[in-house]
Design a protein around this ligand. Structure first.
Ligand code: HEM
Length: 216
């Protein structure tokens, strides 16, 4: 049995109130909704340019990829800074990646293809970048579904962690998707590819034999 004294409880409360995650989480939540708000504003104010549907699809795709890479930044941030609270932001950031990926897919299915399933099937077979995008989305889906505490308990930590390693192939597919769809200016996909290489390289180096792994 664990006995807690009023002093323990007071110290616990003090620790909680100085915990930066308590204010960082709502702040990050608000910031993560800003791209959506801006897209909404641009939609009603006519600020989406000459091809509003393409612009919406592209902007949601960009944010899905950015949040995916941000999710992968949390472990190095935690390990290099020693700030263990970072890990408590990871689930929310990962779910925002899935949220924007879903809006991106919905834009394609609803706005661009008008639910034309045969045309989308043909696209999936004919255009490799669509195949890779769909592959990425299908890898992200089980991660989002199993992100709740109940699912973590049900799967057990080891199996849950093994499943969530799908984020690595998902991120590779997302970057490959971007590379394949760009026709001329490769600068942005190269930038995202370099960031991903850095994040995966960090994990590879850390996993080398003889190195202590603190990864969760
Ligand atoms: C679910 C299946 C997916 C489909 C059908 C799909 C489809 C598309 C389409 C049609 C475009 C625009 C191409 C163009 O205008 O020429 C696009 C762009 C893009 N998609 Fe996807 N996508 C999918 C999944 C994803 C996922 C999961 C991510 C990221 C996690 C992603 C990230 C991107 C990015 C970064 C762009 C480029 C945006 C830009 O040009 O600025 N896509 N996608």
């Amino acid at each position: 049995m664990v006995l807690t004294t009023p002093m323990d409880r007071a110290q616990g409360r003090a620790r909680q109130s100085s915990d930066p995650v308590r204010w960082l989480k709502p702040l990050l939540f608000g910031l993560a909704l800003l791209p959506l708000a801006l897209m909404g504003w641009d939609t009603v104010s006519g600020g989406l340019g000459a091809n509003p549907i393409e612009s919406l699809i592209r902007r949601n795709g960009d944010w899905a990829l950015r949040f995916l890479l941000l999710t992968l930044t949390i472990t190095p941030l935690r390990e290099l800074s020693g700030w263990s609270g970072a890990i408590r932001l990871r689930r929310m950031i990962g779910l925002f990646a899935f949220f924007y990926a879903t809006l991106h897919l919905a834009g394609y299915v609803v706005l661009e293809q008008f639910f034309d399933w045969p045309a989308m099937g043909a696209d999936l077979l004919k255009r490799p970048y669509i195949t890779l995008g769909m592959g990425c989305f299908l890898l992200l889906l089980p991660l989002a579904i199993t992100s709740t505490n109940g699912m973590i308990r049900r799967l057990g930590g080891r199996r849950w962690r093994a499943l969530h390693r799908l984020i690595y192939p998902a991120a590779l597919l997302a970057v490959a998707h971007y590379f394949l769809l760009v026709k001329a200016d490769l600068r942005e996909p190269i930038l995202y590819g370099a960031l991903l290489a850095l994040l995966l390289g960090y994990r590879l180096v850390r996993a080398l034999p003889g190195r202590h792994s603190a990864a969760g």
